[in-house]
Write a new protein. Sequence first.
Lengths: 312, 217, 468
Amino acid sequence: MAFREYKIGCIMFGIALSTSMFVTIFLPGLDISRIGSTEEALKKQLTYGWESAFNYYDPFLLGKDKPIKVVLTKDPETGKPIDKTEAYVFTAGTHFPDGLTHDNIMGTKQLALSKSKGLLAQATEKRGGVFLVDVDVTTGVPYVEFATATKGWQVAATLKAADVRIHAGSGKTMFIREGCWWCHTLLPEETQDWQSFGRPPVTGDFNGESPTSFGSDRKGPDLLHVGSRNSSREWMTMHFFNPRLVQPHSIMPRFNYLWGKADINGKVIDRQKWDRDFMAYARGDTPYPPAVPIPARNSEARYIIDFVLNLK
Amino acid sequence: MSWVFSRPLYSLSSKDQNKEAQYIWEHESLGGIAENNNPLPRPVIGLLVLTFFTAMMLTMPLYGQRPTAAIFADYVTLMNSSSVQKVLDDKTLTHAESDAKAMKLITTSLEKFESPYNFQREQHHITMNQLRMVAPQIVELQRKGVDLEEYTIVGATVAKATFFSIQPDGTIINKQPWWDKGYTIAIWWFVIFAFSIIIAVKRLPHFTWAPDHTIAH
Amino acid sequence: MLKYLLAKEEDIPQGSAAIFFGVSSICWFIIGTGLGSFNASKLAFPDFFHNVYWLQFGHMRQVHVHAVIFGWIAMAFAMSMLYITPALGNTKLWSEKLAVWNCLLYNVGLCLALALLWSGMTSGREYSDHIWPIDLYIAFVMVVPWSLNVWMTILNRRTQGIYTTNWFFAASMFMLIIIFLIGNLPEFFHLTGLNEAYMTWWFAHNVLGLLITPVAAAITYYIVPKVTGNPLYSHRVGHLHFWAIVVFYSTPAAHHLMSSPLPEWLKSFASVEGVLILVPAIAYICNIMLTMQGKWTMFVTNIELKFALTGVFLAIPLNMQGGFQQTRAINWYIHGTGWIVAHAHLALLGFSTFAEASAVYYGMQVLLRRKLYSYSLANFHFFMLLIGFSLYWISMTIAGLIQGAAKIYEVPYLDVVIAEHPYMIVRWLGGTMVFLGNITWLWNMYMTARVGTVVPVGRLPHELAYER
């Protein structure tokens, strides 16, 4: 390049930038895409559905278009007792996660099993259905079972037979919308963190999840396995309503506005009065803090508590 | 764009090209700003070379990378040996003491043997507690007969390593080659950069020539 | 401003758009730092304003980030480019009218984008939080017209040469568009999993590394020679800086995810490239410092140089931190802690803000043809920024080291929160100082436009003595 030859400069610039993108996007993309889903990834996808952030079907992030995770102890079809089973209910029209619709995200072995043993090909978004995650005993490969086809479990019957409904999919939308991930990561680190925060994820654990919302800046503990450390729904409810109730030094914001207007019994929640009572307790005027209302069945508070408790 | 290779480290431009460049350099006013033609000071060149070597040394994949399960296979065997178990069962010691003593026993006995993993073992100390957690997983993998170098220890779990090396037959194994892919690309990346930037700079008029800024303004 | 939207190109005074961008950038700086200060207060005292739901931390944190990046930093860049690019090509701006429209649509788009983020409509991806329709708006309505003006002005220059500053301006705008369109592919095409996570950080790394760092550096490449009257120390070192930015800054995106299960070779590669970021940094800092030869007194006496050189000085710890904190050997200790927050503010509130402030101070005087109203107020602004930033940086660095230590010793997280409390208060104080300082800046600029001494034709503002 002689002095001020800009054409050559532009060509060099183009070569440098495209080589850089080839090395940093294309090559790792090949490696990452080669990894099939783990059992963890299949469960996560069936829990969280297609997309947890802004999307066409839930533009205001209200937790719509989400599957419901249920825990069953009896067969919804026959009513006979069965071993405790976690099933994922997609009501008609709920969009499937990418892992069910994109072969390479599911993984070759996983897909073959899901099709042969799980009858996955029969599932359609339009009709919805009930899914299970199984692991093949001989090979250890996880796969998705379409229980509506294999066992005849229908959506309505399954929801009715469920012991517990877990709205963790809608809860993840809350997690994104309320910015929980600005302070809590979902990524125990591989070096020191696992002693406190549990097993770090492995490569296939994220397949089909969007957004992954690892978070980057911790102002609170990592939450990837928080449901294993603390599985108390009462504690979580109090902590979300006012973290200072259970953790006097916590700097977490109060999320009492996620309760909506009324609690589970339809009783209107008076937050001003609750605050006054709480201040009286904090000053020592009353021996007990005011009771925290139990969130209504379809409240956003219920969603996020379900999500957090489901992070095993 | 003719190149002159007679004195490649002096200049890659012909005399005419230099003359033309010098004329433009001195006669045009870039909005009241001018540029000199100074070389990089020697100490700064030293600093850049130091930076390159630091980059290579500090990030050599051995440092801070998750250890492979293979380096702990012998630990697991020794942990289950009677002499180590005797230390672990010693009722006169506290748990912490017996753990430390048992681990010491394992490491000192392994030091006596020649092993390709000695260096990595020095890099990745493991506590008895962590060894207890990963031991059953390593034993299980050994039973399956897989290559332990394809697995890494991540916390309390033994996970498939995130290496992707393509074999001559096209299959991919999760084993780190002695030439780490990222590391090798990084070396070539720097070499090509240095080569190109030297060419670019050697095409400029030589630094012994100082532009006269009084001509333009 | 509105009257110029439909005016003929030749009726619009040269530099109008740059002035509009400059004033907008100062206003957004005040808004952005005000939000930052408010957010910081909530980290120190979480029940502050807890009953006002739309002031929730989780909704406002990203609004602060984007008000500062797209409002202050990017608009100050636009302002600088719109007056520096023509000046360096001995020509006028390609289209003043396009630039005026650009400024209007930029402000409208930014208000809309921030309002949506505030309401919680987000893509859930850090630094690319905007939903994809807004991403497209940013790329095609906010950035493309701006880039067109920069590129066309450079193409229509009346010199053979292109000065170093303009290489950076043109290249950065190009890279910004590419990064915006490629980095948001996960949103456009619903990419998922580890690919999505990695692309998020590919975007975040490159938007900072290939827009903010080089443009801020390019600004000082203009301000320092222009104000001191010294020629730039070396054209050839400029080459080294430029090419090293393109080659080494565009590659280490994976170092943001060192503790995630990305391919190990990618982490090794990113880690080496991350240290090599020191190559452009060393070239740049040496070039600017050597340009100052013989004129160091101006660092004290001249407000523009005071800002510009403080920015350059802050680039030294910035790059030392940035180069080494991402290696595996160190990253595990400080990853995800306040150290990183401090580092991000060192880049944006330290290095680039000081560089841009110098360009905005200088540009506003040149474009308004009025001498700065008050040197004392400007000095006050400078020290409010510097001390406020330093308090923030030091307190968050210490907080980060505490968090890092807590990782080793498996301290219950609540104890970390308690230990960090004093530093959170200092962070708030620092942020508030920056915010208050910026208000005095706006006042100073307003008074400059109203009553500043008129700069005679052919003279530069810094050559005139202050009257007050």
